[in-house]
Design a protein around this ligand. Structure first.
Ligand SMILES: CC(C)(COP(=O)(O)OP(=O)(O)OC[C@H]1O[C@@H](n2cnc3c(N)ncnc32)[C@H](O)[C@@H]1OP(=O)(O)O)[C@@H](O)C(=O)NCCC(=O)NCCS
Length: 144
């Protein structure tokens, strides 16, 4: 047996993973396999003022769960509801696509943590020394 790193997902590799997942899926999840539900979708939401981009949210949707790796509002536009509107838009998208949860990581001592608490997220876990060995929290919001 040989193990090698491959450059990118390719048809043979994807077919192999899909075929093997289908074989164990029912045993692990007690459900019928639904490709559209288990296929990762990458989403991008942009907030604009005229032609200027003032905020952005990046999301990944998989198995009814929406992960937000990035949320950013332009420095001169913070504290005016742009971040809340971006989250609301993402939340509406998730609900519309049979999603039940959103999660993200934020710094334990970042101002953003208070913002997420205000809009309904809960701290699910403390993750000391995570990115760049800084302290983070895992925050999640259930939608149903
Ligand atoms: C956190 C962030 C996305 C919130 O978006 P926003 O448009 O500023 O937030 P809203 O106006 O909808 O809500 C206001 C809340 O945002 C937070 N906020 C306001 N100004 C902020 C700033 N300069 N930095 C961080 N958070 C800020 C506060 O919690 C504020 O609530 P408060 O008024 O009760 O203190 C935005 O401030 C930002 O991009 N900050 C820098 C990057 C960052 O921390 N991103 C999150 C990574 S997980």
């Amino acid at each position: 047996m040989k193990i090698k790193q491959i450059k990118r997902d390719n048809p043979n590799f994807s077919q192999f993973m899909l075929k093997e997942w289908k074989l164990v899926f029912n045993e692990l999840y007690h459900k019928k396999f639904d490709f559209s539900y288990w296929h990762t979708q990458h989403l991008y939401f942009e907030a604009t003022e005229g032609k200027k981009i003032v905020g952005g949210l990046i999301g990944e949707f998989f198995g009814g769960v929406f992960y937000i790796p990035e949320l950013m509002v332009a420095s001169g536009y913070r504290g005016r509801g742009v971040g809340e509107s971006l989250l609301k838009q993402a939340e509406d998208w998730v609900k519309h696509h049979r999603g039940h949860e959103i999660y993200l990581f934020t710094g334990t001592n970042w101002r953003a943590k208070k913002f997420y608490l205000r809009v309904g997220y809960q701290v699910a876990a403390d993750l000391p020394k995570l990115y760049a060995k800084e302290d983070f929290v895992l925050m999640r919001k259930f939608l149903d």
